[in-house]
Design a protein around this ligand. Sequence first.
Ligand SMILES: [Zn+2]
Ligand SMILES: [Zn+2]
Length: 208
Amino acid sequence: MGDLLRVMAAVGSCIAAFAALVVTIRVWRTSRLTARLEVVRGLHAELVSDSAAQDRHTLGSLHWQNREINPDGAERGEVMCAYFAMLWRFERLHAGRKVLLEEANGRRDVALKMLDEQVYTHVAEYVCTFRVIKEKLTESNRDDTVFDGAYVKTFEQLCISLAYNFDDPEKKARLGAHANNTEKCNCTCHEVAAKPPLPAQRPIGASA
Ligand SMILES: [Zn+2]
Ligand SMILES: [Zn+2]
């Protein structure tokens, strides 16, 4: 009888220890996912911040209207600032996304799937925007080269990585547009007639 009690006590201890382990793992997984979702929230928030919205307006107006940049006045400088600010936002997104991927050993967990769904439209929109704005910046002043090589490369890597994770062929095509001369870009800006630049706006405080 005594032996049976000792065995039952030992079995009970094992069950209690196992249950505690299961609870600990569950708590750890939940807090880890919460932390990852917080990172996702921060990465997405950067793309929809007030300053990002302002930069999107600056670049989007030129892009969608197919309007040239006035080389005189303040516009070219403002467009240049918005262009690089957006490239740097996507650089931070790519870095944060890479960390989330590596932490999960390349597996797309709930956090990664949520991030990719949230940022897809933003990234796809800028595939054409960056290309068109770069051309307009270059054409408006060929003496002032746009040194964006490393940042553009990072954006391309982000597009490739995102496209890899989507099964939808339309999404893959949008992310791959302008990658080289064979991919077709379906952005409607390419059907809009080119417009001349707006009259030059002088920087605040500058004399005419
Ligand atoms: Zn395009
Ligand atoms: Zn376009």
